[in-house]
Design a protein around this ligand. Structure first.
Ligand SMILES: Cc1cc2nc3c(=O)[nH]c(=O)nc-3n(C[C@H](O)[C@H](O)[C@H](O)COP(=O)(O)OP(=O)(O)OC[C@H]3O[C@@H](n4cnc5c(N)ncnc54)[C@H](O)[C@@H]3O)c2cc1C
Length: 284
């Protein structure tokens, strides 16, 4: 079934403003009634009927995605993403839809056995490119499914019993967050440095368990769960206290590392309090 969009009337100045904003995108930006709108919003999976976003951005690159999110924020629109439209989508009517189908960059690095895929790449393309190097990706069963959308949903691959979940194979992500910032997330990026000292160093009149107040800086890595956080921080080792802050402990090794968040005397006091008041270790 094909449904034609009703042309939307925009007052002259508003339409000019939209035209100005949209002219800064590399890909097309279309509103209902524009030629190409139906094609840009078409989905592989038509179970839920046609989608009617207020604006659809045919992103060509990450910069288009960033501009789309900036525009959505300033126009008060919610954002939805579509690569192939294979999945079942949340309702996108009235939202800004980013269609990533033009973002088809794909490169295989046989040395590291990794593949870098654009947001619009389909698994069939990845299988073909990887096979040339004797490699197999954690692909879905349909060659038409998008590699990124599939992986973001976890991804139970054809070779899953051997390779595991597709999401567990991700090594790095380039993404635009809701504040419109383009970020790269990998175990060796996103090291956060915070300056300490000042009021943070002052011990309150009634002392509490926060230790390491004399440290000048704190370094934090934002990485995938289970990744060893140490390597990116190694260069700081010569001047590091080697200690940790309780707020930044996470993952299965957190209990074993908790003692590093306190001086030995504080740790002894805390463990003694815990065994007195929670003798059966009820609280994690
Ligand atoms: C009826 C049905 C049949 C299916 N059959 C098969 C099958 O035969 N084989 C198979 O392998 N899988 C199948 N799937 C599952 C399919 O792999 C997943 O739905 C997958 O998420 C589709 O990804 P896509 O990018 O192709 O689709 P899309 O619908 O474009 O995207 C799926 C989801 O991922 C989000 N998304 C996509 N790209 C991005 C991005 N860059 N950033 C943020 N979010 C993004 C979308 O917003 C959407 O929520 C089926 C699903 C359905 C509903």
């Amino acid at each position: 079934m094909t449904v034609r969009a009703n042309p939307v009337w925009f007052p002259g100045r508003f339409r000019d403003r939209l035209a100005y904003v949209f002219s800064h995108f590399n890909g097309p930006v279309l509103v209902p009634g524009d030629p190409g709108y139906d094609d840009e919003t078409a989905r592989f999976n038509t179970v839920a009927g046609p989608v009617r976003p207020a604006v659809v951005v045919g992103a060509r690159d990450a910069d288009d995605v960033r501009k789309a999110i900036d525009h959505a924020r300033s126009a008060g629109l919610r954002v939805a993403v579509q690569a192939t439209g294979h999945g079942l989508s949340a309702p996108v009517d009235g939202a800004l839809l980013i269609n990533t189908r033009r973002m088809t960059g794909l490169s295989v690095d046989p040395a590291t056995r990794t593949v870098r895929v654009g947001a619009g790449v389909r698994w069939g393309q990845v299988v073909d490119a990887a096979a040339g190097h004797g490699l197999a990706p954690p692909n879905g069963s349909s060659p038409l499914v998008g590699a990124v959308g599939y992986t973001l949903g976890g991804g139970l691959p054809v070779l899953g019993r051997t390779l595991g979940w597709a999401a567990d194979r991700v090594r790095s992500l380039e993404l635009v967050t809701a504040d419109g910032t383009l970020r790269t997330l990998s175990p060796y990026e996103n090291v956060e440095i915070r300056r300490l000292g000042g009021a943070l160093a002052a011990v309150p009149d009634v002392p509490n368990a926060i230790d390491h107040r004399t440290a000048a800086y704190s370094l934090t890595t934002i990485a995938f769960a289970g990744t060893d956080p140490k390597p990116p921080l190694d260069p700081a080792d010569p001047s590091s206290t080697g200690l940790r802050f309780r707020n930044f402990l996470a993952g299965p090794q957190a209990p074993a590392l908790a003692a590093e968040a306190y001086t030995p005397s504080t740790w002894t006091r805390l463990t003694s309090l815990k065994s007195t008041h929670d003798p059966h270790d009820l609280f994690l």
